[in-house]
Design a protein around this ligand. Structure first.
Ligand SMILES: Cc1cc2nc3c(=O)[nH]c(=O)nc-3n(C[C@H](O)[C@H](O)[C@H](O)COP(=O)(O)O)c2cc1C
Length: 172
């Protein structure tokens, strides 16, 4: 039987003193007490950020898999690995502090790596609609900030919510 997987995505650039990572750990430790067989995977993109997509990455991504060169395949491999990890998770905890009203840039790089056509969402060219391919997951967002965000100044929570709920829920 496949183990239940919990993916904890940490995004603070801080190491020892990160508030979001500490909050995330508290939650995960308590949650794992009730789910002793869970496989807990930590993806720390604050400390080890994925590469930002560049020109060749975008070309490779929009080339059909069967037409990709070996160089393209190799270039997309780190993104493929992040997507496999993401799609393999049943539960996702996102620890995302507000940085300058939005998400940390490292986390944006992670989003850009895992939100990929044909992998985590599908695009219907006739109907011009999107559908999420990452269904069946439960996720929790932990997003500390120094000040209390207002809807006018909070681009952090909506961005996380829209990206991750769309991957699982968007329909034609
Ligand atoms: C680069 C940077 C930018 C920040 N920008 C904001 C901000 O715009 N609004 C806010 O309320 N707090 C802001 N903060 C404070 C953090 O959101 C807050 O301290 C959070 O708990 C940090 O989480 P961390 O320790 O996991 O990195 C910022 C902190 C940093 C380091």
């Amino acid at each position: 039987m496949k183990a239940v997987r919990l993916l904890e995505v940490r995004t603070s650039v801080r190491q020892q003193d990160s508030i979001s990572s500490q909050l995330s750990s508290l939650f995960v430790d308590a949650w794992c007490l009730h789910h002793p067989d869970v496989q807990h995977i930590v993806r720390d993109v604050g400390v080890n950020p994925p590469a930002m997509p560049d020109d060749f990455w975008v070309k490779a991504n929009y080339t059909l898999p069967e037409n990709r060169t070996q160089e393209m395949i190799d270039y997309l491999a780190p993104s493929d690995a992040l997507i496999d990890e993401f799609l393999g998770a049943d539960y996702i905890v996102l620890a995302v502090p507000m940085y300058n009203l939005s998400v940390p840039a490292n986390f944006k790089a992670y989003i850009d790596n895992i939100v990929r056509i044909g992998c985590t969402f599908a695009f219907n060219r006739e109907a011009f609609t999107l559908s999420g391919l990452a269904t069946g997951k439960k996720s929790l967002l932990i997003t500390p900030s120094a000040a209390t965000p207002t809807p006018e100044t909070d681009f952090c929570e909506p961005l996380c919510y829209i990206c991750f709920s769309l991957l699982s829920h968007i329909k034609g």
